[in-house]
Write a protein that binds this ligand. Structure first.
Ligand SMILES: NC(=O)c1ccc[n+]([C@@H]2O[C@H](COP(=O)([O-])OP(=O)(O)OC[C@H]3O[C@@H](n4cnc5c(N)ncnc54)[C@H](OP(=O)(O)O)[C@@H]3O)[C@@H](O)[C@H]2O)c1
Length: 333
């Protein structure tokens, strides 16, 4: 039998159990050019929340009701009917939140990955979160050494990588995160220059003190009130790389940023991006970031949950701030 998480209704807010249920089916059979894989790890990503709504103007189509939940998996090929893959290959791919997935390699977004010890790094420094951070900083944030870079959700997977990459690129880096423990981790373990606890501090006031010259690049994972507080603190000709808007994903009402006029007054550039547009550059980016990983210059904290049945609890951490670093579910012992 194969267990999988099924979307039965679009969840309300963060009550994921209201619309996502664990089901069982007979082991799927594969057709020509398909693979059956055993999922070893699930990568839980905040962006998935956008596919679990009925909105049709997002970057991915809504997941149809009745479907399995799609997500990144690290898996072992157990049966191959595709000439490019053999049994035993370890792949990173879009699969499902399930014990086993059927994959269609010709549709793309599947990579055979090498054994690097901690395979979770294939989703972190050397995977989609790392590619997002790198592309966001360089192509959209256009960071240069010596500049002041601000990162929100800085103790989460994508933000922690953006913050560390910016440090490795020679920038002064300020992180925003929820709670004193996360703020202390950012300046302690992760070597950021300063951190702001947005739950206890006035973000705008703190930025004015920490960065009186202004923020050159804001790598924004959050949007909402934090973005409102950051815009008045941007430097002239600053750039905002809009990576994510996690504060808004489960809201039906959409709000624009306050202080919109400052985009004009400060000559700001605000640009959104989605990493799937850059997955083809993953190998090239890894050639630059892997030496940082191997030298211990960058890394990742992992928040690991054991067992497919605990996936929703793990997923909820992304929206409550219960995680530090990359949230993953381990499916095998
Ligand atoms: N553009 C792309 O291609 C791309 C790719 C990957 C991720 N992203 C985006 O990057 C962001 C982070 O995703 P992730 O998967 O790496 O998750 P993550 O950062 O590991 O976890 C999400 C974090 O967001 C913070 N958060 C949640 N709700 C918040 C709110 N209302 N206000 C402020 N902070 C809040 C929480 O930290 P605190 O404790 O600090 O609140 C939480 O730990 C998301 O917006 C995601 O959509 C975009």
């Amino acid at each position: 039998m194969n267990r999988f998480w099924q979307l039965t209704a679009y969840p309300q807010g963060t009550d994921f159990a209201s619309g996502i249920t664990l089901q069982e089916e007979a082991m799927p059979e594969i057709g020509e050019n398909q693979l059956l894989v055993e999922n070893l790890w699930l990568s839980l990503d905040a962006g998935t929340r956008m596919w679990l709504t009925p909105r049709t103007d997002s970057y991915m189509d809504p997941t149809p009701l009745g479907s399995k939940i799609i997500g990144f998996v690290l898996s072992r090929v157990v049966q191959s009917r595709h000439a490019g893959f053999k049994e035993g290959d370890i792949v990173r791919a879009y699969g499902q939140w399930a014990d086993y997935s059927v994959l269609y390699p010709d549709m793309g977004d599947i990579w055979v990955v090498e054994d690097i010890g901690d395979m979770r790094q294939h989703f972190a420094v050397l995977g989609p979160n790392g590619w997002t951070a790198y592309v966001g900083l360089t192509e959209y944030g256009k960071v240069r050494p010596g500049e002041t870079v601000l990162v929100s959700a800085a103790a989460g997977a994508t933000g922690l990588l953006a913050a560390q990459f910016a440090k490795a690129m020679g920038c002064r880096v300020i992180g925003i995160a929820g709670g004193p423990d996360k703020a202390a981790l950012l300046t302690g373990t992760w070597g950021l220059d300063a951190a702001i606890d947005y739950k206890a501090q006035d973000v705008g006031g703190a930025l004015a003190q920490i960065a009186p010259g202004g923020i050159d690049c804001y790598f924004d994972c959050v949007g909402g009130p934090i973005l409102d507080a950051v815009l008045p603190n941007m430097a002239m000709n600053g750039r905002v790389a809009v990576c994510g808007l996690i504060s808004t994903y489960d809201k039906e009402e959409r709000e624009g940023p306050r202080n919109f006029d400052l985009i004009l007054m400060k000559r700001l550039t605000i640009a959104g991006f989605f990493s799937p547009d850059f997955y083809f550059r993953g190998g090239e980016i890894n050639r630059l970031t892997r030496p940082w990983l191997e030298a211990g210059k960058v890394g990742m904290a992992f928040d690991t949950t054991q067992g497919l049945e605990n996936t929703l609890t793990a997923y909820g951490k992304l929206f409550s701030g219960g995680n530090v670093g990359k949230v993953m579910v381990k499916l095998t012992d």
